[in-house]
Write a protein that binds this ligand. Structure first.
Ligand code: SAH
Length: 213
């Protein structure tokens, strides 16, 4: 497991491309520049790690496209010490980006294999989420709610009410909604009862699973 000058160079190139695509938040770009994405992928795909593309990570899942990770993270407006809940740990790459930004991260994964892998792997790189949980993201994480931000990294067929109700007032839920194609949707909780909703363009995610494998 190595992070070389070559990798860092490739990563800087990738960050430039993401900035050109419209991501302006310096903290997000710095975080992407710091996380060694090639180590989150199967070594046979490592050469592709710094292309702006999604890639298979096993169990029919993908590591999200770096631009998508940046886009969702920017929408969350992460500040240091924020309590952030991630649904869909997958490779742990998005988790690492959030940790680089100084957030306290809770992350839930539905598939046992991926959960086990991320739980072992993240600490090896020095990334320490508050919790990595094998469970159902539709329910959120009541015991650690409320959250400053909740990010869903799989395509959700609808907005789970549990996730909205576990936001702080002022908190943000970033969730791609739809079946074959998703609309990136941002909910901001403006009071106990009220939410603002913003739709921010089309994306393609693997579906959020309802059954445990
Ligand atoms: N954030 C990941 C993206 C992984 S793809 C990364 O950076 O690599 C989406 C992930 O969501 C998959 O690992 C999938 O198994 C998981 N997932 C799907 N449905 C889920 C659910 N209901 N609860 C929690 N995780 C879920």
């Amino acid at each position: 497991m190595k992070d070389t000058h070559k990798h860092k160079g490739l990563r800087n190139q990738l960050v430039k491309i993401i900035a050109q695509k419209g991501i302006t938040d310096k903290n997000v770009l710095t975080a992407l520049g710091n996380v060694p994405r090639h180590l989150f992928m199967d070594s046979s795909f490592a050469d592709f790690a710094y292309q702006d593309k999604a890639f298979p990570i096993g169990c029919d899942q993908t590591i999200s496209q770096p631009y998508t990770v940046a886009f969702q993270t920017e929408l969350l407006q992460v500040k240091e010490q924020h309590q952030i809940l991630e649904i869909g740990t997958g490779s742990g790459y998005q988790t690492a980006v959030l940790l680089e930004m100084g957030a306290k991260v809770y992350t839930i994964e539905r598939q046992k294999e991926l959960f086990k892998k991320a739980k072992l792997f993240l600490p090896k790189l020095g990334y320490k989420p508050k919790k990595i949980i094998f469970g159902d993201g539709y329910k959120g994480l009541l015991e650690n709610a409320p959250f400053d931000g909740i990010i869903v990294t799989a395509g959700a067929p609808f907005v789970p009410n549990a996730l909205l109700s576990q936001l702080k007032v002022g908190g943000r839920l970033v969730i791609p909604i739809g079946d074959t194609e998703q609309i990136m949707t941002l909910f901001i909780r403006t009071s106990e009862k009220d939410f603002e909703k913003h739709e921010l363009g089309k994306f393609k995610f693997v579906p959020m699973l309802t059954k445990r494998n």
